[in-house]
Design a protein around this ligand. Sequence first.
Ligand code: ATP
Ligand code: MG
Length: 456
Amino acid sequence: MSGKRKEGKVRKISGVKGMNDILPVDAPLWDFLEATAESVLKSYGYQQIRTPIVEETALFARGLGTVTDIVEKEMYSFEDALNGDNLTLRPESTAGVVRAVLEHKLTYNGPKRLWYVGAMFRHERPQRGRYRQFHQIGAEAVGFAGPDIDAELILLCQRLWDDLGLQHIHLELNSIGDAEERSRHRTDLIAYFEKHKNLLDEDAQRRLYTNPLRILDTKNLAMQDMVNSAPKLMEYLGRKSLAHFDGLQTILRDNNIPFTVNTRLVRGMDYYNRTVFEWISNELGAQGTVCGGGRYDPLFEMSGGRPTPACGFAMGAERLIELLRAGNTATAAESPDVYVVHHGKGTQLEAFRIAETLRGTGLTVILHCPPDGMESSFKSQMKRADDSGAVFAVILGEDEVKGGYAGVKALRSGMENNQQQVSLDGLTDYLIDQMVGRDSSCEQACSCDHIALPDY
Ligand code: ATP
Ligand code: MG
C-alpha cells in the first residue's frame, strides 16, 4: 500500500488538477451533446474515426510546429520507461487523424469526411473553460480543395448549435493565405514590429522572429492600437486565395449564415492555410471560443504523405456543456421503467428471470440487490423503488412465486390501477400496455414525469 497513513487513516488521493470527473448528474447533458453532434455529423455523411490517445511525440512537434504554444509548453510528453519511446498524450486530434489516414491509405479511392470525439490533454493553467484534460468533438474533411467543403463544415456547426438550442454563437472568419503570401507579409510585419519594439510585451518579443503572426492575436490591451495598424495579411493575398475566400463567403451568405471577417484571426497551429474560423460565445467570459477550425492543406506533405487538401474543426465540449447548462437545457430523466422487488425463499431467482425478460423487450429494469447482502424488508425495497424514479414496481413474494403471478404497483402520480396482480406469463405485455397508454396520455395534460418509450 503506497498511501501515507495519518492518524491510522489511508490518505485519500484526489483527481489530478485540471482534470475533471464527469458525474452521473451531468452525464445526461454530455449524452445529449454527443448524440446530437453524432446525428448532425452523420446527416452530412461524416464517418467516425477513433485514434489512440497516445502518439509519438514527433507527430505533434512536426505537425503543430515547434514554436506553437502547445508544443512549447502544453504537452504531456514522457518516455516509455519500458522501451524508451518518446510519447505524448494527444493535445488535439488533427495530427493523429492525418497519421491514420496516411497509414491506412484511407483516401485511396477518393476524399473522406471523418469525425471524432474524445479527451485531449494540455498542460495549461486551469481556469473556467480551460482544463488539462478536456474533450473535443471534431471533423476533418480530407482530400477536398474547394471552398465548398469549408462552407459545409461551417453550415454543419450552425445546424449543431440550432439542434442543441444554443443561440448567440457568432462566426468569425479570416483567410491567412498560402505560405508564400504569409512569408511576404511576415517580412513586412517583422519590420513593422521592430519599429514599435518599445510597445511589445515579453511574449511578443519572444515571438517576434519565430511566430510574429501570433502577436496579432495578443490579448494585451496596451498593444491593441499598435497591432490594429499592423500590415494586414488580407492585403497580401493573391488571386487564388482571394477567390477561395470569396467562394466561401458566397455560400455562407446564400445560406444566411451571419459572420464577421476578422483580419486578425489566426490559429494556434502552424499547419493552417487559407480559411480559418472561430465560433465565439459572449456568455463564457475569457474562454469564449467554442469551436475553431480551418484549412490545413500543407499538413499531409509535412507528415510525409502526398499533397492532400483538407479542412476541419474542433469544438470544446466543456464550453458547450457550460452553455447548455446556462440555458437550462432539459434532458430526459434517467429513471428506470421498472424496479423489481423480491422477498422470501425462491423469489430471487424468479426476480432475475423476470428482470432479464423485461430487459429483453427494451425496458429499463433495476433489480433490487440488498446493500448489505442480506435480504431487505419489503418496506425498504419499496422505498428504494420509489427513490429510483421507476414507473412501476414489480413485487415478488413467496405467495406470488407459488401462484405464478407478480404484484405490479404504479409508483408515479396520475396513474390509475395503482396495484394489480398480473400473471407472470402476461407480465411483459401488461407492462408494455401500461407504458404505451401512459405515454400517449402524456400528450394531454399530464402530471407524471414523462418518460421516453423504447420502440416496440
Ligand atoms: P484557446 O485560444 O481558447 O486556447 P485554442 O486555439 O488553443 O483555444 P484549439 O486548439 O483550436 O483551441 O481547440 C479547439 C477548441 O477546443 C477551442 O475553441 C476550445 O473550445 C477547446 N479547448 C482548447 N483548449 C482547451 C482547454 N484547455 N480546455 C477546454 N477546452 C479547450
Ligand atoms: Mg490554447
